[in-house]
Design a protein around this ligand. Sequence first.
Ligand SMILES: C[S@@+](CC[C@H](N)C(=O)[O-])C[C@H]1O[C@@H](n2cnc3c(N)ncnc32)[C@H](O)[C@@H]1O
Length: 198
Amino acid sequence: MTASEWDDYAAEWDDDPAARAYAAAAFDSLEKLLDQHGVGLADARVCDFGCGTGLLTERMVDRARVIDAVDSSGAMLAVLDAKAEANGWANVSTMTVPGRPATPYDLVVCSSVCGFLEDYPAMVVELVSHLRPGGLFVQWDWEADEGASEGDGLARSTIETALSGAGLESVTVGVGFTQDYEGEKMAPLMGSGRTPVG
Ligand SMILES: C[S@@+](CC[C@H](N)C(=O)[O-])C[C@H]1O[C@@H](n2cnc3c(N)ncnc32)[C@H](O)[C@@H]1O
């Protein structure tokens, strides 16, 4: 989908119970993963890539030091900007493409976006290059068969290959959470890995 096609979803995105449930469940699984890795969200520098209207951003905003919220849809970002202004989220910056941060990120999260990217492995390489040594990359996507079409999700092997190919260590891919979606029990995948230290 193009950025302008995503624009059409922006005004209604926050009213979609499925989108809200997905972000809430992704955040719960993120907290567990951070605990496992001994990485704190407090004071963390975070990139929320494919942030949309910021449903995941808003769950991290009280604890993170900085959140760079990246989305190619200007309309999605406009919704997030309005929420940031209304709530005084001074630590949130929005941008349409990922820029190299002055200080590398501790955490990059990609919630339900990687399956929509034209060149997913290349974007992982770019995002991982913005992480500090020992930084954590995390993504959530619908599970799909190998070679699935854009928007259908990603196969476990595709995620494993992309994350390992980007140089991440301790790569894991598994069910992140379960969610009822359009009458079906869905089990989105969560993939994660850490940048090497030293
Ligand atoms: C399914 S929505 C998920 C939004 C948000 N992460 C959430 O969970 O509510 C996918 C988002 O990815 C964004 N997106 C798609 N391709 C992108 C790209 N190449 N760069 C940045 N964002 C992209 C879309 O604009 C859209 O907001």
